[in-house]
Design a protein around this ligand. Structure first.
Ligand SMILES: Cc1cc2nc3c(=O)[nH]c(=O)nc-3n(C[C@H](O)[C@H](O)[C@H](O)COP(=O)(O)OP(=O)(O)OC[C@H]3O[C@@H](n4cnc5c(N)ncnc54)[C@H](O)[C@@H]3O)c2cc1C
Length: 283
């Protein structure tokens, strides 16, 4: 049987259609709505993002390829405002595929989050068994569309070519750069975040979770995340500490009259870069 290989969730072929000037079309559309010429282009673009005048952002188109586990794929596809073409497990044997240098059974496991060696062994042996059974069925000429039913959640065949506009990508990032998002989706979102800021540096400091984007987090009252004892498996929300100068209240806290002493954007930005970097690395 071909080798079973642990791989990471990965985003590649990321590009903003129109390149580094793509954002200027957003400004063009804002000017049609009467934004006066004395306001500089850069400022107009940043204002549209910060103020969530989202429809103008739809003029920027982004394309990328992404690899994830088959299990994570339904979560990804919940984001309906994008176009995608996916890897077929009916027409392609899963050890083969696009842009692969060698034929292997690629799997994605969050092993870096496991502290217990015996649990890791159970996971690995379980997925080796399923893949062995799959390979055996294929070798006996069982149709791929039937053999695939024994494949594990971890199988890295959630491969999609995606076209998405900037408004929708910011919505996806705001939902998935949150500590409540799954580890694998956080890894993908963090890679998308880094690539987007690299391509459109004007977005630096403007993108993050919903709390960051809106100044108040809608995850009000979520025990273990924003209130109460910290959830044992979720990362700590970097904005939940009332005493910190990077505190972001929940909407309920704000309505309840909580006092926000100010928001240190630079500090928050540094914290974010560090957290997203560690999520993206999958280590
Ligand atoms: C932490 C977390 C936990 C989640 N848990 C669950 C869960 O337990 N169960 C579950 O089913 N999903 C869950 N989801 C998925 C979530 O409910 C959304 O389906 C997903 O995040 C996509 O968001 P979206 O609808 O904003 O994006 P898109 O589908 O890309 O839509 C973008 C925007 O377009 C508008 N829109 C799209 N479709 C419609 C429509 N039909 N009618 C009106 N407006 C529309 C909305 O304004 C929407 O925000 C979870 C998401 C997160 C981040």
């Amino acid at each position: 049987m071909r080798e079973v290989k642990l791989v990471k969730p990965e985003v590649w072929n990321f590009k903003v259609v129109g390149g580094e000037d793509a954002w200027k079309e957003v400004v063009y559309s804002a000017r049609l709505s009467g934004v006066p010429p004395q306001v500089k282009d850069e400022k107009v673009f940043k204002m549209l993002v910060a103020n969530d005048y989202g429809s103008a952002l739809e003029h920027v188109t982004i394309k990328f390829d992404v690899k994830m586990s088959k299990g994570n794929a339904p979560e990804f596809l919940e984001h309906r405002m994008m176009s995608h073409s996916g890897y077929s497990t009916r027409y392609i044997e899963v050890s083969e595929g696009i842009e692969k240098k060698e034929k292997t059974y690629e799997v994605i496991l969050p092993t870096h989050l496991l502290t217990q060696k015996e649990i890791r062994e159970v996971m690995e042996s379980s997925l080796h068994d399923s893949i062995k059974n799959y390979a055996q069925m294929i070798s006996k000429e069982t149709p791929r569309e039937i053999s695939r039913y024994v494949l594990p959640f971890a199988q890295a065949v959630g491969v999609y070519h995606v076209t998405i506009n900037l408004r929708s990508l910011l919505n996806l990032l705001s939902l998935r750069l949150c500590v409540r998002s799954s580890p694998e989706f956080r890894c993908i979102a963090s890679q998308l975040y880094a690539k987007l800021v690299e391509e459109l540096p004007l977005l630096e400091g403007l993108i993050g979770c919903r709390g960051f984007m809106r100044g108040a987090c809608p995850e009000s009252g979520v025990t273990g995340v924003r209130v109460g004892k910290q959830h044992p498996f979720y990362p700590v929300c970097p904005y939940r500490n009332l005493e910190s100068d990077a505190y972001i209240p929940t909407i309920e806290e704000l309505r309840g009259g909580v006092e926000v002493k100010g928001f240190n954007r630079e500090k928050a930005q540094m914290m974010r870069e560090k957290i997203y970097g560690s999520w993206a690395s999958w280590e």
